[in-house]
Design a protein around this ligand. Structure first.
Ligand SMILES: O=C(O)c1ccc(O)c(O)c1
Ligand SMILES: [Mg+2]
Length: 586
């Protein structure tokens, strides 16, 4: 279907917004009045700019506080409308959005609302303009889509229809099934937005927290099904008010929005993309550094063995059981960073095709000429994601680039990778991993950290598949690139003891934490003493599943976590994150 985006979703000047929308592949835009008012371009110039960029202007918005008012006020509204319809002709836009009245003089009188909207539509029709009436979730008397539709039906004017907005419908908990009772040709416009589920005032929620479909908690796909069942053929238009998007790079936000619509169309069954190829595990995590010594010392102390060397480059493979870390010595100066993830993919080339269809930046297959070619893409935080087949018959394996010299005798598996995200790319990253890799996002966890708010969202597909934890750094700067590699072991106490014995710097945990553990859980004196001695953190879920974990010190921007899961515990010990963050800051 045609895809549009409201200029309010994007940062910058109107020209920048139009350019970003066009570059991302949108067919049209909704122009927000304020963007036009602030633009030095005349309406004709804006129309020409849009046309040059291959964009149609699908909607002009909003007209506010129109209907169900005393007649003297309505006379002023008609005067305002005459001006705006003249402007719309100059812009070449055929539909105006009228949102339900929020003002004090509005009367609770549907017949009056219908009559005045009819008269507005009469005037609009003279200019070849259609009026799309939208219920704002906080409208004074009209706040639901079915109420707005009843008024439109009563008015019965061909130039008057309704505009549906998924935010207003889903935020109020309205049943979207009733949309199917509206004839498709009377739905003049469809605006799409998602939002995180929050118990808050709908106006604040709408104006600050909307996000693109697939990034929040609403069933936007379900709503779209009902709209499509009416025969609606207009555009799918993103309308997101979001404080972060307002500050972010417009080009990037527009691409994020387009990715969201492509994924939405797929989930609604109206377009096909290359099918998702869900990764089945993590082949390796790659650290890059110009000085490998500190990372080598840490890897050794926490039980990794150097098992292989790259045939031609300063790249080593370190293993602890099935947990693999590739350590690359970079030529340019850089502190140790988690630079890449190798994901075990059932079909690497197909995975890359899907990523490309969903607008992921693809990276060269050959890092250097004689390497095994690997399909790879860049995640929103810059991490390289490689689609790998590890030692599978008939497929080149990344391990073919290495000469094996040793073997690991310790146990271990990569449990999860925690990737701190820049604050303005957090929602984009969730959608990216969800849509492109087919991972399922879990609930967002928010915790007070000594220096701010810690926000975290895990994504996974299956218990044995990769688990990514996206963290939002509370303070910009120092730790906003910190990442960690979590290794699952069979016996954390034994592992922690071995790490201590080998001189690994393990994160110290305050005694107060263990006093609190003793109060919260019925741990034995012996368990508590051991955890206290070794700096092991503890968590338990409602089903009695247990989680033991400990952290190493940081090398560059990277540290390790060791975890032991018992009894089906599937979380990440989020309650302990503030303790960990405070200890790291010390
Ligand atoms: O927040 C608002 O005022 C507003 C304006 C226009 C819309 O289409 C909308 O959904 C909200
Ligand atoms: Mg809207």
């Amino acid at each position: 279907m045609r895809k549009s985006i409201a200029t309010v979703c994007l940062s910058g000047t109107l020209t920048e917004k139009l350019t970003a929308a066009a570059r991302a592949g949108f067919d049209g835009v909704e122009i927000f009045e304020n963007d036009l008012l602030a633009s030095p371009l005349a309406p004709e110039e804006i129309a020409a700019r849009a046309a040059d960029l291959g964009l149609t202007i699908d909607l002009y918005q909003p007209m506010r506080d129109v209907e169900a008012v005393p007649e003297d006020l309505f006379a002023r509204t008609l005067r305002r409308a005459r001006h705006k319809f003249g402007l719309m002709r100059r812009l070449g836009v055929g539909t105006v959005l009228v949102c339900s009245n929020v003002s004090a003089p509005a009367l609770d009188d549907d017949d009056l609302a219908a009559d005045q909207l009819f008269r507005l539509a009469e005037l609009a029709e003279e200019s070849g303009i259609r009026v799309a009436y939208e219920a704002l979730a906080w409208g004074r008397h009209v706040s639901t889509y079915d109420h707005a539709w009843r008024i439109v039906r009563t008015a019965g004017h061909p130039a008057l229809g309704t505009c549906l907005d998924s935010f207003h419908i889903l935020s109020r908990g309205s049943d979207p099934k009733g949309i199917e009772e509206i004839p498709g040709e009377k739905i003049f416009f469809l605006q799409l937005a998602d939002a995180p589920l929050m118990a808050m005032d709908v106006l604040q929620w709408s104006r600050h927290y909307r996000c693109f479909p697939g990034q929040g908690g609403f069933d936007v796909t379900g709503l779209l099904h009902h709209v499509l069942a009416t025969g609606y053929t207009g555009p799918l238009s993103l309308e997101v008010f979001n404080d972060v998007f307002r500050q972010a790079d417009a080009g990037r936000t527009a691409l994020d929005g387009m990715r969201s619509l492509l994924a939405l169309e797929e989930s609604a069954g109206i377009s096909a993309l290359p099918a998702p190829v869900v990764p089945t595990g993590v082949a390796f995590a790659e650290l890059a550094t110009s000085d490998p010594e500190p990372a080598e010392a840490l890897l050794t102390a926490v039980g990794f063995t150097r098992t292989a060397r790259h045939r031609t480059k300063p790249v080593d493979l370190w293993e602890r059981g099935e947990a693999r870390v590739v350590l690359t010595t970079a030529t340019r100066r850089t502190s140790t960073a988690l630079a890449a993830l190798g994901l075990e993919s059932p079909a690497p080339a197909a995975a890359a095709r899907r990523a490309e269809a969903l607008l992921a930046p693809t990276l060269p297959k050959h890092r250097t000429a004689d390497d095994v070619p690997l399909d790879s893409i860049a995640a929103p935080d810059g991490t390289e994601v490689l689609f790998c087949a590890t030692r599978r018959a008939g497929t080149a394996s990344w391990t073919d680039d290495f000469t094996f010299t040793g073997e690991s005798h310790a146990d271990g598996r990569l449990d999860h990778l925690a990737l701190t995200q820049p604050w303005h790319h957090f929602d984009e990253a969730v959608l990216f991993h969800r849509a492109i890799l087919g991972l399922r996002p879990h609930d967002t966890v928010e915790l007070a950290d000594p220096y701010g708010l810690f926000r975290s969202r895990a994504l996974s597909a299956s218990p044995s598949g990769p688990r990514l934890v996206l963290n939002l750094a509370p303070t910009p700067g120092a730790d906003d690139r910190a990442r960690h590699i979590a290794v699952a072991v069979d016996d954390l106490v034994t592992t922690a003891r071995a790490c201590h014995a080998a001189g690994a710097p393990l994160l110290p945990v305050p005694g107060n934490y263990y006093d609190d553990l003793a109060a919260r859980f019925d741990l034995t004196e012996g368990e508590l003493a051991t955890y206290r001695e070794l700096g092991i953190l503890y968590d338990r879920d409602e089903q009695g599943g247990e989680f033991l974990h400990c952290y190493t010190g940081t090398v560059g921007q990277v540290f390790f976590e060791f975890v032991q899961r018992k009894g089906g515990y599937s979380g990440y010990g989020a309650a302990n994150a503030p303790i960990r963050l405070a200890a790291q800051r010390r």
